[in-house]
Write a protein that binds this ligand. Structure first.
Ligand code: A3P
Length: 311
């Protein structure tokens, strides 16, 4: 019997042990559940979420895998929804919490119900693991993704910069980390399946899921931010508002705000500063060998073949 099937209704520690097991970044134990890798706490919180998180029709759910521009998306959405800059004192990750990270604080689900409407929350969960209540509600989903080469390099830097946090206990060489990334064996991996699921759903239900790319936001910021605001039901009236939001959410500005230089994420304990690095397209060329690039191209070719998805 597939061990994944047995765990669907578990309330017993032991059942987790029946799942395929590995180590994230050679540090904490992770388990493969329904095609993706998680620490046990996140499997539990994912299973508990539907009975505690009741989607409201005007909820907005941001979704992403790791290191694809989530912080930027959270900043933009916060500015668009508030119609003013509220990022000077509070990190984008505190304005828009990642729901499964809330498990690291007491009574996470109570916090969720206290957020006033319209709520914006974020998840790293793959589409298949979203609850039916989310899928069937009128709430909207904005998904962001990024080229896997830059995503991987961003992940490698982020992970090696967060050694001694809750998750990472030691730095990993580029070569080892690359192997784990290609095989999808890391928290929330595999990247390719995560993207493909949301992409295919966004084609089926474009009014519910907006699929964004980090590179499009970089190359055509005004056009993409207008599209985002329209989707969120907060279209801009003036061109100057678009410029204002983009300026408020620029990497340089956010990186230099005091709150992001010295503050910490209260859910996962990480310094806010680790979420801001270079923010450019093509940084991976400075790190990956030609062979590594070809391997990622080949994975994408096979995985995305016939779907129209190109990253
Ligand atoms: P790099 O590591 O390539 O610099 P996430 O927010 O999903 O963790 O992704 C982090 C990546 O987004 C990092 O990429 C980071 O520098 C970049 N980033 C963070 N804030 C940004 C912003 N306001 N504008 C553009 N890129 C941003």
């Amino acid at each position: 019997k597939n061990p994944n099937e047995q765990v669907d209704s578990f309330d017993d520690e032991d059942l987790i042990d029946k799942l395929p097991k590995d180590k994230h970044w050679e540090s904490v134990e992770i388990y493969q559940w329904r095609g993706y890798w998680f620490i046990p706490e996140m499997i539990k919180s994912t299973l508990a979420l539907p009975s505690h998180f009741h989607p409201r029709d005007d909820d907005i759910l941001l979704a992403s895998s790791l290191k694809v521009g989530t912080t930027w998306l959270k900043s933009l959405c916060t500015n668009i929804m508030h119609k003013q800059d509220v990022l000077t004192k509070v990190s984008p990750h505190m304005h828009i919490p990642t729901i499964e990270s809330m498990i690291f604080v007491n009574d996470p689900f109570a916090l969720l119900s206290k957020i006033p409407s319209p709520r914006i929350v974020h998840t790293h969960l793959p589409y298949t693991l979203l609850s039916d209540s989310i899928k069937n509600s009128k709430c909207k989903i904005v998904y962001i993704t990024r080229n896997p080469k830059d995503t991987f390099i961003s992940l490698w830097h982020h992970s090696n910069n967060t050694v001694d946090g809750i998750i990472i206990k030691k730095p990993l060489s580029l070569e080892k980390a690359f192997e784990y990334f290609c095989n999808g064996v890391y928290i929330q991996g595999p990247f390719f399946d995560h993207v493909l699921e949301y992409y295919l759903e966004s084609l089926k239900i474009p009014n519910k899921i907006l699929f964004l790319r980090y590179e499009d936001l970089q190359r055509n910021p005004k056009g993409e931010v207008k599209k985002l605001a329209l989707f969120l039901g907060r279209p801009f009236c003036l061109e100057s508002e678009v410029d204002q939001v983009l300026g408020n959410c620029s990497l340089e500005r956010l990186k230099n705000l005091e709150v992001n230089k010295i503050g910490r994420n209260k859910y996962n304990g990480l310094p806010n500063a680790v979420y801001f690095r270079k923010g450019i397209i093509g940084d991976s060329r400075n790190y990956l060998t030609q062979e590594m690039e070809e391997r990622l191209d080949e994975i994408m070719r096979v995985k995305f073949q016939g779907t129209g998805l190109d990253l």
